[in-house]
Design a binder for this molecule. Structure first.
Ligand SMILES: *[C@@H]1O[C@H](CO)[C@@H](O)[C@H](O)[C@H]1NC(C)=O
Ligand SMILES: *[C@@H]1O[C@H](CO)[C@@H](O)[C@H](O)[C@H]1NC(C)=O
Ligand SMILES: *[C@@H]1O[C@H](CO)[C@@H](O)[C@H](O)[C@H]1NC(C)=O
Ligand SMILES: *[C@@H]1O[C@H](CO)[C@@H](O)[C@H](O)[C@H]1NC(C)=O
Ligand SMILES: *[C@@H]1O[C@H](CO)[C@@H](O)[C@H](O)[C@H]1NC(C)=O
Ligand SMILES: *[C@@H]1O[C@H](CO)[C@@H](O)[C@H](O)[C@H]1NC(C)=O
Ligand SMILES: *[C@@H]1O[C@H](CO)[C@@H](O)[C@H](O)[C@H]1NC(C)=O
Ligand SMILES: *[C@@H]1O[C@H](CO)[C@@H](O)[C@H](O)[C@H]1NC(C)=O
Length: 537
């Protein structure tokens, strides 16, 4: 048997069962030493039951379903004189795997992520998520107005406080008969930022984290979102590109960049290796359609190239070639505007059209909520045995893929001179053709059972491939617990993203900077590909 196929489900079926009852009084007693914490509810959920808060939970209105029998708990924690946050726990009645798993949030959203907790509890974990201290939709930052304490909760305090209290509750709930053997984290986007921030500030919190498309550079990501959105306004500017022309741009990029990886399949496997001829987009005759004017082309250049501002200062990467511009260019996202008007300036009427590089500098100076996860020296996390599996889709049109590459390079630049081999604790995977956190418009294999990924008709994991080669949660556990690092991950695309319809394509994702190169055979099976250094042919 190939060594990497071990570690299947079910994991560590254990006999550890809850000792305490699932009542508010029980949890209130467990928290006797924590006057800042209040139990809001404790509800026993039967086998195959569901739990959530319905539409009152704005970012997560869909309840977790088909749950194992468990205790759902809600705790409120006072974090300052005038702020508090909530967190939720799913504590399985039977077969707790003696492990703790935390998940995260998205955008500026405030709400407990019951759906991902529900997927993760299926593995046997006791799972947790915090609402980060406010209730809002993902692109609504109005809660941050004149609320520095709430911003700190969002930045890192709610996550850390929830992790510390959860560990105490879990240990005690299972009658102290077994301690938590390992603690993990899995989430995407803002969730990716939260995981990185937590292990940068508090290296002992987790033994391993799986983070997708992290929104780690809050200051510059918000700047870029606003800057790009404004670049396509007003509609009357000759530089403005109508949304109807976006497919023309993406199609030309696909046409030029897709074949450069050796397989014409609609997937741009190596956008950073593509020598793209932007001028091919230019109109060649007066009144031509499905093409761009020279003025419009400057907007395209800006969008797909790095943002470098005053004094050659690097600000943020452009979007990867081939990624759809609709989200960032089609309108000015609140994810940019709200950061400045509410988090940074506290001026709801702030005029976004005046935005310039000085606002980036102001954001750097303040870093609202201390949210930016830029402590690149992650030696403390590495030294305690911590592992990071990170991934980012190359077709991400919300958080530019290059920001994950930039982060990776910064960590390398910080640690390699100290003699640290990055691959020993931090492995990064680009996911060709995947959008933001999940999904694809080009049938690219992307599914790994990562944070916020889901398949219709499956409760969790990769149906038919519930092993550490295909499931990033299991890959992380194998690395932490058996010291077997993934040399690659096999991503899957299910027909219509539906478990029962079976796998359509699988392909390896390679440890950055290696890339999957087609060797021979059926392009839809992983054995036809090899992970190679980019300079190997
Ligand atoms: C489990 O619950 C779902 C609804 O969430 C229902 O459709 C299904 O029949 C139930 N399965 C069993 C075995 O009870
Ligand atoms: C979600 O779950 C909550 C509590 O478990 C329940 O009150 C609510 O009705 C459910 N909502 C939906 C849409 O199922
Ligand atoms: C909390 O109190 C401080 C000090 O009075 C104030 O600046 C802030 O607006 C209040 N609210 C929050 C949520 O931080
Ligand atoms: C677990 O240990 C803590 C600390 O010693 C104690 O307060 C708590 O009552 C114990 N829990 C159970 C269920 O025995
Ligand atoms: C091009 O468009 C202009 C203005 O819309 C029009 O006057 C002209 O006749 C058009 N030329 C051709 C060749 O269609
Ligand atoms: C660029 O550098 C010059 C000379 O050091 C400095 O005076 C100026 O303030 C810088 N501009 C910005 C926007 O930082
Ligand atoms: C922000 O984090 C830095 C360390 O990165 C710390 O020194 C500072 O006290 C923090 N500020 C707040 C408001 O938490
Ligand atoms: C997949 O979904 C499409 C669009 O909803 C539908 O037309 C097609 O029949 C589905 N394929 C299968 C195999 O169910």
């Amino acid at each position: 048997m190939h060594a990497s196929t071990i570690f299947p489900l079910p994991l560590f079926a254990s006999t550890v069962a809850a000792a305490a009852g699932c009542t508010s009084d029980q949890f209130t007693a467990l928290l006797a030493n924590h006057p800042e914490a209040t139990v809001k509810f404790a509800e026993a959920v039967p086998q195959n039951g569901s739990f959530g808060q319905g539409p009152t939970n704005i970012p997560f209105p869909t309840n977790a379903t088909q749950l194992p029998a468990l205790c759902a708990v809600g705790i409120n924690v006072k974090s300052s004189e005038n702020s508090s946050y909530n967190f939720g726990l799913f504590l399985p009645d039977q077969g707790w795997n003696e492990r703790f798993m935390t998940t995260g949030n998205g955008g500026f959203g405030g709400g407990i992520n019951w759906p991902d907790m529900g997927r993760l509890v299926q593995y046997g974990f006791a799972t947790m998520s915090t609402d980060t201290g406010h209730s809002s939709g993902v692109d609504d930052g109005s809660w941050g107005l004149n609320a520095p304490e709430t911003l700190i909760d969002w930045g890192y305090r709610a996550m850390h406080g929830s992790v510390v209290l959860s560990k105490e509750i879990i240990t005690s709930y299972y009658s102290n008969s077994s301690s938590i053997k390992y603690s993990y984290y899995a989430a995407c986007s803002t969730g990716g930022r939260q995981g990185l921030r937590e292990v940068q500030l508090y290296p002992d919190s987790f033994d391993g984290i799986s983070v997708g498309a992290p929104a780690w550079w809050s200051t510059h990501l918000s700047s870029s979102t606003l800057w790009l959105g404004l670049s396509n306004t007003p509609d009357t500017d000759p530089k403005h590109i109508d949304t109807s022309l976006f497919p023309v741009i993406v199609d030309e990029m696909t046409k030029q960049c897709d074949p450069q990886d050796g397989v014409v399949d609609g997937i741009v496997s190596d956008p950073y290796g593509c020598n793209f001829d932007f001028e091919a987009l230019l109109c060649t005759a007066p009144n031509a359609t499905s093409c761009l004017t020279a003025a419009q082309l400057t907007t395209v250049y800006k969008f797909y190239n790095d943002w470098v501002d005053a004094n050659q200062t690097y600000v943020f990467p452009g979007v990867a070639l081939g990624a759809d511009p609709t989200y960032l260019l089609g309108s000015v996202s609140n994810l940019g505007t709200d950061y400045f008007r509410y988090f940074l300036y506290g001026e709801p009427d702030w005029d976004k059209t005046q935005f310039n590089y000085r606002d980036v500098q102001a954001a750097d100076a303040a870093d609202p909520g201390n949210a930016t996860a830029d402590a690149f020296d992650m030696t403390p996390f590495k030294e305690r045995g911590g592992k990071i599996l990170k991934y980012h889709g190359t077709a991400d049109s919300l958080i530019p893929t290059g920001s994950s590459i930039y982060f990776y390079n910064k960590v390398v630049q910080t640690l390699r001179p100290k003699g640290v081999n990055i691959d020993d604790f931090y492995r990064f995977f680009l996911v060709p053709g995947m959008g933001h956190c999940s999904g694809t418009t080009v049938d690219a294999p992307y599914y790994l059972s990562g944070g916020s990924q889901q398949l219709t008709g499956a409760t969790h994991s990769v149906p038919g491939y519930e092993d550490a080669d295909h499931d990033i949660i299991l890959a992380l556990m194998r690395w932490v617990e058996q010291d077997t690092a993934p040399e690659k991950l096999i991503a899957s695309k299910f027909v219509n993203d539906t478990a029962s319809l079976g796998v359509q394509v699988q392909r390896p994702l390679c440890v950055y900077p290696k890339q999957a190169k087609y060797v021979s055979g059926d392009v839809n099976v992983p054995e036809s590909w090899e992970c190679k250094e980019v300079y190997e042919s």
